[in-house]
Each structure stands twice: as C-alpha cells, then as structure tokens.
Design a protein. Structure first.
Length: 339
C-alpha cells in the first residue's frame, strides 16, 4: 500500500519506529584495532583520515588506531591477538613471518615504493647509484641486515665503507664525503632545517629495490573467519588514502597532531608532497588496480633478490606471506584527480 494512504496515526508510528531503529543500526559497528609501527605522521595519513572523516564508519567499522613508537611493539600485540591489524614495514617482515611460522599475512600494500633513500651533500652529484660507493655510508643496523645486503649483491657495495647510523644527522652534515640513509618523506626535510642546505636524494626503489612497504598485516585466522571484515577494512583504508592525498586532509592531520603534539603543519605538508612527487603510494600498478595493489610477479621478483642477497632462505614458501584476495579491485579510483 502507498504510505500516503495510510492513516495519519499509523504513518507517525512507522516513522517513529524507523527513527528508533536508526541509532541501533549505528551501534552495530564492528570494533577493529589497528596498530601502526611508529608515532603518528603523514606516512600513516590515510588511516587517520578514514577515522576522522567517517569513512571507516561508513563501512560499518569502529576503528581504533594504536600508534607505535620506540617503546612499543604493536606487531607482537597483533600476534598475541590484542590487535586485529598491523602496519608492517615492508615485504621482508612478511617473509620473516613465513620463515618463523608466524601465522600472519599481508592483505594490502600502501607504499608501492619503499621510501628508503640515501642523502648526499648538494655539491656531490649523483648520476647513478654506484656513485655512492666512494662515500662513507651511514647505515643503521637494520639497514645493514636488509637493503645493504641487496646493494652488495646487486651493485657490489662494500661494508668497509659503512659506519653506524644512529638516527642523528650531525655526522652526515659535517662530513661532505658521506651519505646518510633516511626516508624520502622526512630526513631530507630534517637535514635542510638543521644544516641550511638541501641534500640530494637517491631513492633505492628507483634502482630496483622493489619491496612493498607500509603493508596491512593481519592474522591468518581473521582472513579465514572474517573475510568480510578484512575486505571492509582494506576498502575503507584505500578510500582514506585517496582522500588524504587528493582531498581535504585537514581531519586526518588534526588527528595526527593530536596524537603526536610534536608534529608540525609544515612537515605534514612536506611529507604528503613527497609521497605524491615520488609516487610512493600511488604509482605503477595502483594506477589501474587502485591503492594497496600487489602482484605475484612483483613479490616473486623481490623474493629472488633477497635470496641472492642472503637475506631470506630460498626454501620458504614466500607465497604464504601475502594474499591478493582483498585488493586490485580499483576501489577509490574515482577519487583520483583526472589530471
């Protein structure tokens, strides 16, 4: 029957019932916890944006982001069942999970390019990666165990040129014959602020270090038992990243600054601009498949490189480290500017 012909009292009653049910539906959001691997920053912006602008809520999720930091280990909390999702650093962590039989799986890759760079002084011109070989290379312990092994196997770099990087830029600033590791989104900015010069930037991803970075990781049991939850979290996260990069990211940045009071608007703007300039998030496969994309061929290529470098064992089934089930569906492509 057409509601227009219902008795006025019955119509009013129906409207009241609808109004009463609306809040109940709003209360059925699935609670989800997501741990990052560092303090809140622009490099995590799409996730914070999806919370702040209501995207997760629109997908039926009540998401709590648990920031990481120097004294936290959110990946262990994921393994222990205290978190539902985790932001892993790069594909090597996924391989490590397989090696150690830890039941984790990567379900999306936010960074298509690992942001790892070397910085050099502006007067030292870099034409190719091998130009770094004569320099003193400031590399962290983690860097020596990972990407530097690739530099040795693929480009013939020598550990005799390596000195420890302690996340202090002063040794680099005072030594013009040095190169310092960093992230393209942060360390060049910090050096320019501290030293007053703009360093050269060498992005390792542009020379074949093709790891995925900033992946969404979860437990295999969640993938098996709650695939719809995983799909909604992945889809909403991708929408959040499109909105953060190309829309009004004020809500996401406000949340970042609230959680990390040391963060500045200037650094947020710089980091976001560099992510776009270098295609860190949106380039290559994402142009047709959407942010978060991965391919079997790309993972296989990186695995082979890490085997040759002696970083991972050849006998592991690296395909257990990730799944393409929830990505490559073009979610959010309509939000990318046409130009």
């Amino acid at each position: 029957m057409n509601p227009a012909f219902l008795p006025r009292t019955l119509t009013a009653a129906l409207l009241a019932l609808v109004a009463a049910l609306a809040p109940a539906r709003g209360q059925t959001l699935d609670k989800v916890s997501f741990g990052t691997n560092w303090v809140a920053e622009a490099e995590h912006g799409g996730f914070f944006q999806a919370v702040a602008d209501g995207t997760y809520k629109n997908y039926g999720l009540d998401v709590t982001i648990v920031p990481g930091g120097p004294n936290s280990n959110n990946r262990m909390l994921l393994i222990a069942g205290k978190l539902d999702f985790f932001m892993s650093a790069n594909t090597l962590q996924s391989f490590d999970a397989v090696t150690n039989k830890v039941p984790l799986v990567a379900v999306a890759a936010i960074f298509q390019k690992d942001p790892q760079v070397f910085l050099t002084h502006p007067e030292f011109k870099i034409g190719k990666l091998e130009d770094l070989k004569p320099l003193t290379l400031l590399v962290s312990k983690e860097g020596v165990a990972s990407y530097f092994q690739w530099l040795k196997s693929e480009y013939g770099f020598s550990e005799s040129k390596v000195k420890p990087y302690t996340f202090n830029s002063q040794p680099f600033i005072v030594n013009k014959q040095s190169a310092m590791q960093g992230y393209v989104t942060s360390e060049p900015y910090a050096v320019e602020k501290a030293a007053g010069f703009k360093p050269n930037v060498v992005l390792l991803a542009d020379y074949g270090f093709n790891a995925y970075s900033t992946l969404i990781e979860t437990r295999t049991e969640i993938v098996d038992k709650k695939p719809d939850l995983v799909q909604r979290f992945v889809d909403a996260s991708m929408i959040g990243w499109y909105n953060y990069l190309y829309g009004d990211n004020t809500p996401g940045n406000a949340m970042i600054k609230k959680l990390n009071p040391e963060m500045t608007d200037e650094l947020l703007k710089y980091s976001t601009a560099k992510m776009k300039e270098y295609g860190i998030v949106d380039s290559g496969e994402t142009l047709k498949d959407g942010i978060g994309a991965m391919t079997d061929a790309r993972v296989a290529s990186f695995f082979d490189k890490m085997v040759r470098a002696g970083v991972v064992r050849r006998d592991i089934d690296y395909r257990q480290a990730y799944t393409l089930r929830f990505i490559n569906k073009g979610v959010g492509l309509n939000l990318r500017p046409k130009n």
